[in-house]
Design a protein around this ligand. Structure first.
Ligand SMILES: [Zn+2]
Length: 113
């Protein structure tokens, strides 16, 4: 299955990659909703968080820690940021490949819309 994020992880499409290792790729969202809007994706295909399995736990933890480091790098760690995983149509998951949004650089409301 080759969705757009599989292609980003494989370097097959142009994207603004800011971090990459053996497990994950992080790149700037093409339609940012805040000054900082980065997507962190697993390099291997997982359709979404609802498809994640117990053996994926270290990968999921790694995604969160990468997000934390990137928040520091972006200078939003002290002002605050939000980590979002949308799952399914009601949540507005637009691409069927697990992705973690790192959003920061502006004040956000609660609950999210
Ligand atoms: Zn994929």
């Amino acid at each position: 299955m080759e969705d757009i994020f599989c292609q980003v992880a494989a370097g097959k499409v142009q994207s603004d990659v800011i971090y990459k290792d053996d497990e994950v790729t992080a790149f700037r969202d093409v339609r940012p909703v805040a000054k900082t809007h980065i997507l962190i994706i697993p390099n291997r295909h997982i359709s979404g968080i609802s498809e994640a399995k117990e053996p994926d736990a270290p990968l999921l933890g790694h995604m969160l820690l990468v997000a934390k480091k990137l928040a520091e790098q972006e200078g939003v760690a002290s002002s605050g940021y939000r980590l979002v995983i949308n799952s399914g149509p009601d949540a507005g998951q637009a691409v069927p490949h697990l992705h973690l949004h790192l959003i920061g650089g502006r004040e956000m409301g609660w609950p999210p819309g």
